[in-house]
Ligand binder design. Structure first.
Ligand SMILES: NC(=O)c1ccc[n+]([C@@H]2O[C@H](COP(=O)([O-])OP(=O)(O)OC[C@H]3O[C@@H](n4cnc5c(N)ncnc54)[C@H](OP(=O)(O)O)[C@@H]3O)[C@@H](O)[C@H]2O)c1
Length: 266
C-alpha cells in the first residue's frame, strides 16, 4: 500500500484458469494485488484465496460476463470505489468458434465479438487514463497466432485476434512516451480448457500434442511485457509463423489454414 492507501493492482480477465490464472499468479508473485474477473464466482474465490495464501497479496473478485456490453464499466466503477489502483491490465478472456460462417448463429458471433474485441478496447479505454496520469503502466492483450492470417472455418475468431493484434501494436507506439508498455501475447495452441464452440470435447483438445504449457506462455508474455516487447509469440516453432505468412502469397496461406481447420473440424 502506498501513502494514499492505494493497493498496486493487476486486473486480469479470464483469471479463473488457463493463461489468465498463470498471468495473475506471476503478477501476484511480484506484489501486484490481483483483481480477478470471469463469469464463475466460485472459481474466482478459489484463485483469490490461493494467491493470497501463496504471495501475501490482497485479492478482489469481480464476477461478470464480458460478452455483455455494460460489464467493463461496472468493473471500472467497482475498482474506482475501492482502494485498488490498476497498474497492470491483462485482457485475456476470449473464446473461439469453429464452423463455416453461414452456419454459425448470430448470437454466438455477437457474444464472441463483444468478448474478444469490445471488452478489450473498453477496459483499455477506462484504465489507460490513470496509467497516463501516473506515467507508468503495463497492458497485456492476449491475442493468438491466429492473428497473423485469415482463418477460413474460424473466420471471425481469426479476425477478432487480428483486430486485437493491430490495436495493441498501434497503442504500444502511441503510449510509449507516457511510460506505458503494451504487449500482444500471441500464442499458438496452449494446453488449457479453451473451448471452441462447434467442437465437442475431447475433439477440441486434438491440438494438445503440440500445445504449449499455459504457465510457460504466461511467463514468456509477462517477461516480454517487462522487457518492453510489443509482440510475443511463445515457442520456437510458433515464432516462425508470423514471418512465414508475411512472405507467402496471402491466398496460399488462407488455403493452408482452411486445410488445417477442415482437419480440426472433422
Ligand atoms: N488455449 C489456446 O490454445 C489459445 C491459443 C491462442 C490464444 N488463446 C487465447 O488465450 C486467452 C485465454 O484462453 P485460455 O486458453 O486460457 O482459455 P480458458 O482456459 O478456457 O480460460 C478462459 C477464461 O476466460 C473466462 N471467460 C470465458 N468467457 C468469459 C466471459 N464471457 N466473460 C468473462 N470471462 C470469461 C473463463 O472463466 P468463466 O468460464 O468462468 O467465465 C476463464 O477464466 C483467450 O483470449 C484465447 O483466445 C488461447
Amino acid at each position: 500500500m502506498n501513502e494514499n492507501n492505494e493497493l498496486k493492482g493487476v486486473l486480469v480477465t479470464g483469471a479463473s484458469r488457463g493463461i489468465g490464472y498463470e498471468l495473475a499468479r506471476l503478477a501476484a508473485g511480484d506484489g501486484y494485488n490481483p483483481v480477478l474477473v470471469s463469469r464463475t464466482e466460485e472459481d474466482l474465490l478459489k484463485v483469490k484465496e490461493k494467491l493470497e495464501k501463496e504471495f501475501g497479496v490482497q485479492g478482489k473478485i469481480i464476477p461478470g460476463d464480458l460478452s455483455e456490453p455494460g460489464t467493463p464499466e461496472k468493473i471500472f466503477d467497482e475498482i474506482e470505489s475501492s482502494n485498488y489502483r490498476i497498474d497492470l491490465l491483462f485482457n485475456n478472456a476470449g473464446r473461439g468458434q469453429m464452423g463455416e460462417f453461414t452456419k454459425t448463429d448470430w448470437e454466438t458471433d455477437r457474444e464472441m465479438m463483444h468478448l474478444n474485441m469490445d471488452a478489450v478496447i473498453h477496459l483499455t479505454k477506462l484504465f489507460l487514463p490513470g496509467m497516463k496520469e501516473r506515467g507508468d503502466g503495463g497492458i497485456i492483450n492476449v491475442s493468438s497466432l491466429a492473428a497473423f492470417q485469415p482463418g477460413p472455418l474460424m473466420a471471425l475468431y481469426y479476425a477478432s485476434k487480428s483486430f486485437v493484434q493491430s490495436f495493441s501494436e498501434a497503442l504500444a507506439e502511441e503510449v510509449k512516451s507516457y511510460g506505458i508498455k503494451v504487449t500482444a501475447l500471441s500464442p499458438g495452441p496452449v494446453d488449457t480448457d479453451f473451448r471452441i464452440k462447434g467442437k465437442t470435447p475431447p475433439e477440441d483438445q486434438s491440438d494438445r500434442s503440440v500445445s504449449l504449457d499455459a504457465e510457460y506462455v504466461a511467463r514468456i508474455g509477462y517477461e516480454g511485457l517487462k522487457a518492453g516487447k510489443r509482440v510475443v509469440v511463445p515457442g520456437k516453432l510458433a515464432s516462425v509463423v508470423p514471418q512465414l505468412t508475411r512472405f507467402l502469397p496471402r491466398k496460399v496461406v488462407t488455403r493452408l489454414v482452411k486445410k488445417l481447420n477442415v482437419y480440426r473440424l472433422e
